[in-house]
Design a protein around this ligand. Structure first.
Ligand code: HEC
Ligand code: HEC
Ligand code: HEC
Ligand code: HEC
Ligand code: HEC
Ligand code: HEC
Ligand code: HEC
Ligand code: HEC
Length: 458
């Protein structure tokens, strides 16, 4: 049996919340089984063996078999040159050794990301676009169900898939490899903002763009080389090991010098749900907000942080009250009264509403949460407003008139629609739209400004 003398002393020494079972202190040995795997796989897949050789797992004596072994009775067990192995590894498989990380991740919202990919509700993924897209599009980010053939091997289309909420053959949900790439399992790679940005990008949740173009992202990039050598450390403490700038993991997962422990629940510090049609507070939001603020306080003053959150809240409430709640009210009316049929996405106004909350509305809210002004405004609520006044409302009007002409609704429904629209547009925040003179506009502007400053006052 070959002995691997590589120690991971430095990493094991930075014991903070280290699970003692994982601390390696002496020379480590590799199992006979794993040596057999490697003997063959260094020819079959030399890249994998080489990645593994340079990993912390290799240094700790964790070989191929320790991760890939299965029992003959497991549904995903494959017979493989005298061994039973599995290809797809679930959080439970990693969790045999990484208990705490697996517990936190499996309890997080992240691990539930695959829940609707194959549901009949996914009209957009399965029908509007087409089923192959649901698997190479939605599922590569969200995860979907991995299916097996009679020999226990994963079936094409359903794998390769390392989506965040993948349904694994052992019945668990989630995938650690969504962030920890096999077979290096490098923490430097996991901490890379782009690791999150692979999924958190694009028109509906441009978190990587938001971050990279915020002061935080710019400072992170500018000073990265100064902490490059530390990014592979098992534990990295903000305020002790680095303090130039935060990355995604810093705010959403990282440990801090003022007492926060690292977590694998990325939602653990979020006080709002900033992705739904209407933003609501999360469960236990005050405690979650306090934790996020601890991160900020390593680098900012109390006033800075408190005032940032005040303006952030005001923005979310503006989005909710002025646009999201009224738009939802109107869409619900149109569906209930039979102006729109039950089929989703077959009417223009349904696409307008979708873009309003799922695209520009989300961009604005998330841009504001993470301090990227262009996303708050031009890519955010500017387009929400344009959509609301000049797409959603006129298209809703057209749909009402069309339904009336086709005899689907009565005159009374048309009147109810007009009354609802009028009620909404005569609210203070929409009054500018029907104003008749610049004097009226100036008075409204004064009112809005004074009102905002009053709301912000200490
Ligand atoms: C005698 C050679 C040999 C030995 C020993 C061997 N493998 Fe393989 N393994 C292969 C070949 C060949 C493939 C198929 C490679 C391909 O499709 O490109 C493979 C494929 C795999 C796959 C991917 C299967 C899939 O569904 O895509 C895994 C995982 C794997 N081996 C793990 C192991 C582990 C773990 C061991 C040790 C317990 C092991 N192998 C031992 C030759 C070997
Ligand atoms: C720390 C756990 C771990 C160790 C150790 C490990 N693997 Fe893997 N392996 C994985 C994960 C995770 C995947 C991705 C499968 C999935 O989708 O869940 C994987 C996938 C694979 C695949 C298929 C993926 C591909 O890119 O074709 C092969 C083949 C494989 N492993 C072989 C090996 C061999 C050979 C070794 C030993 C040198 C090894 N593994 C060691 C975790 C491990
Ligand atoms: C048989 C036990 C075992 C299994 C299974 C296992 N690991 Fe590990 N892992 C270890 C040990 C031991 C270390 C090195 C000691 C440490 O860092 O705590 C380690 C280290 C790590 C590290 C830190 C790497 C570094 O550079 O410090 C990551 C990330 C990791 N494992 C992820 C995974 C993932 C993801 C899986 C499942 C695909 C997995 N591990 C499966 C035992 C295991
Ligand atoms: C959303 C991305 C993501 C997922 C999913 C994820 N991790 Fe991590 N993981 C990270 C990041 C980022 C770090 C570094 C955290 C830090 O510095 O505070 C990390 C750190 C670790 C470490 C080093 C010790 C620690 O706890 O900080 C281990 C071990 C680990 N992860 C294992 C796992 C396992 C096992 C799973 C699946 C159950 C998993 N991770 C899922 C991103 C992820
Ligand atoms: C493989 C794709 C993928 C990766 C990688 C990924 N995420 Fe996510 N994330 C998602 C999906 C999908 C959701 C929505 C979950 C759902 O629909 O259930 C989500 C949700 C979230 C949420 C909201 C969670 C909540 O509880 O409210 C946060 C915050 C988040 N991710 C941060 C991160 C960070 C930080 C990283 C990197 C360390 C990361 N994500 C990596 C796909 C990913
Ligand atoms: C590039 C990766 C990616 C692709 C492709 C993708 N999503 Fe997402 N999706 C995400 C992320 C990341 C989030 C979480 C955003 C957040 O928290 O703000 C998300 C959030 C969602 C949500 C909100 C979930 C909730 O629980 O509130 C739904 C619904 C959704 N996506 C549906 C889809 C559908 C359907 C498809 C395919 C037609 C799709 N997504 C394709 C990454 C992706
Ligand atoms: C400076 C700290 C910080 C950094 C860096 C950061 N975030 Fe955030 N993030 C926040 C705050 C604060 C919120 C809003 C928290 C709340 O709701 O109270 C947030 C909200 C989010 C949300 C909305 C979650 C939802 O669905 O409701 C997602 C997704 C997200 N961040 C992902 C990321 C990703 C991905 C990165 C890196 C590309 C990143 N964040 C970088 C602080 C940060
Ligand atoms: C690791 C240090 C660090 C952390 C942690 C951090 N920031 Fe910053 N932040 C900075 C630096 C550096 C700047 C630039 C300061 C300047 O120029 O005055 C900055 C700037 C900002 C700005 C100004 C953005 C602009 O475009 O004008 C806001 C707002 C902000 N941070 C909020 C937060 C919030 C909220 C948190 C916690 C969720 C946070 N920061 C966490 C380092 C940090």
């Amino acid at each position: 049996m070959k002995t691997i003398r590589k120690l991971i002393g430095v990493m094991a020494l930075s014991a903070l919340t280290t699970a003692p079972a994982l601390a390696v202190t002496g020379p480590v040995t590799l199992s006979k089984e794993s040596e057999t795997c490697i003997g063959c796989h260094k020819r079959v897949s030399p890249g994998i063996v080489s990645q593994w050789k340079n990993s912390a797992h290799s240094g700790a004596g964790i070989g191929c078999y320790e991760c890939h072994k299965a029992q003959s009775v497991d549904p995903d067990a494959q017979k493989h040159f005298g061994f039973y192995i599995r290809t797809v590894l679930s959080p439970k498989a990693c969790g045999k050794c990484h208990v705490q990380e697996a517990k936190e991740f499996m309890a997080s919202y992240h691990s539930k990301g695959g829940k609707f990919v194959e549901s009949p509700k996914n009209v957009l993924g399965l029908l509007t676009t087409g089923a192959p897209n649901a698997f190479v599009g939605c599922a590569r980010c969200h995860g979907s169900k991995v299916r097996l053939d009679a020999k226990g091997r994963p079936i094409a289309g359903t794998w390769p898939n390392q989506g965040i909420g993948r349904y694994n053959p052992d019945g668990t949900q989630g995938s650690c490899t969504a962030c920890h790439y096999a077979h290096s399992f490098s923490l430097k790679q996991a901490r890379e903002p782009k690791t999150c940005g692979r999924c958190h990008q694009g028109p509906d949740h441009p978190d990587i763009e938001i971050f990279e173009l915020s002061k935080h992202g710019i400072a992170w990039e500018a000073h990265k080389s100064e902490i490059e050598s530390k990014l592979d450390r098992k534990y990295l403490i903000l305020g002790e090991d680095y303090a130039h700038a935060p990355a995604c993991f810093t705010c959403h997962m990282g440990a801090t010098v003022n007492g926060l422990k690292t977590t694998h629940d990325v939602g653990a510090r979020n006080s709002w749900n900033l992705r739904g049609p209407i933003s609501k507070h999360t469960k236990n939001w005050k405690k979650k907000r306090k934790d996020m603020q601890k991160v900020c306080l390593v680098c900012h003053s109390r006033t800075w942080v408190k005032d940032f959150y005040k303006a952030f809240d005001a923005y979310v409430e503006l989005y909710n009250k002025k646009f999201a709640i009224p738009a939802k009210q109107m869409v619900t009316f149109l569906h209930k009264k039979g102006v729109l049929d039950a089929v989703p996405f077959n009417e223009q106004v349904e696409w307008d509403y979708w873009h309003l909350w799922h695209h520009e509305g989300r961009r604005g809210r998330q841009g504001t949460a993470m301090a990227a002004a262009d996303y708050s405004h031009w890519q955010g609520i500017y387009l929400v407003a344009y959509n609301f006044y000049f797409k959603f409302l006129p298209h809703a009007d057209q749909a009402v008139m069309k339904a009336y002409k086709e005899g689907k609704i009565s005159k009374s429904v048309v009147r109810q629609w007009n009354a609802l629209k009028k009620r909404i547009l005569s609210r203070k925040e929409h009054k500018w739209f029907t104003a008749k003179s610049m004097d009226e506009i100036k008075a409204l502007e004064r009112y809005y400004l004074e009102n905002f400053l009053k709301q912000m006052a200490r």
